[in-house]
Design a protein around this ligand. Structure first.
Ligand code: GTP
Ligand code: MG
Length: 222
């Protein structure tokens, strides 16, 4: 009997801990969502300026997401880190994520340079998987930046992960992700090689399309 009560009490405290955690986490999510809005707006403003000045939109479209609390907790456990809000803030840089899909490779670097030049953006990390593609063929430019968010009583610096890629890179990455994660079987060497070949072909096409665009429209002076 005593054991049962103890176990119920444990459940209660466990649940209460969870409730407190999620209550605090909801506020944190708002902050990350604000970070996404700030970065999106900056990129939209740059895209609009290009449209007006050159009749060219570097950005095809953007996608954004907040990492689900479940994935955040999983990631902390996987890394053997304490699952509390301050440790999450200090250790996970991809709670706020934006994917920027550009038309051409040159648009990727243009958008990234113009964003990083802004004096309220602080660069935390760059991974250039275009200059150095991953072994499987994955290409994209990854940035983690900190952007200021002004709340009622304070300014907070919010980290936002930005993945910038062309339509062609996105086509490959989306299908490869689906093939890898939505499949219970291990990917065979043959499939891995074929996916790598696809990535190589797509890279050639990306550069060829950029050449064609340069020949037809010339270079923009920014
Ligand atoms: P994470 O713990 O996954 O954030 O590892 P990391 O810090 O080494 O991140 P990295 O910058 O290498 O990749 C982060 C994100 O890029 C992933 O969550 C995916 O969205 C994307 N990504 C990285 N590698 C691949 C890949 O091989 N295929 C696809 N489809 N997406 C990838
Ligand atoms: Mg990630």
């Amino acid at each position: 009997m005593q054991k049962e009560i103890k176990s119920e009490m444990n459940d209660f405290f466990f649940a209460k801990d969870h409730l407190d955690f999620y209550h605090e986490y909801v506020n944190v999510e708002q902050m990350y969502l604000a970070g996404i809005k700030e970065v999106r707006t900056k990129l939209e403003i740059l895209d609009d300026e290009f449209h007006h000045r050159f009749d060219h939109n570097p950005i095809h479209h953007m996608e954004w997401r907040l990492k689900s609390p479940h994935s955040v907790v999983e990631k902390m456990k996987r890394r053997n880190l304490p699952v509390d809000v301050s440790s999450i803030k200090g250790n996970i840089e991809d709670i706020a994520g934006i994917r920027v899909i550009c038309h051409y490779i040159k648009d990727i670097y243009r958008m990234s340079d113009l964003l990083l030049r802004q004096d309220d953006i602080h660069l935390l990390k760059v991974k250039d998987y275009i200059k150095n593609p991953k072994e499987n063929g994955y290409r994209s430019l990854h940035l983690v930046v900190e952007v200021p968010v002004y709340l009622a009583n304070e300014k907070v610096m919010v980290p936002v992960e930005i993945q910038i890629r062309t339509i062609a890179m996105d086509f490959w990455a989306t299908l490869e992700h689906h093939l890898r994660y939505k499949n219970n079987k291990e990917i065979s060497d043959d499939i891995r090689n074929r996916l790598y070949e696809c990535a190589k072909n797509i890279t050639d096409i990306d550069y060829e399309m950029e050449d064609i665009h340069n020949e037809v429209f010339g270079h923009h002076k920014i």
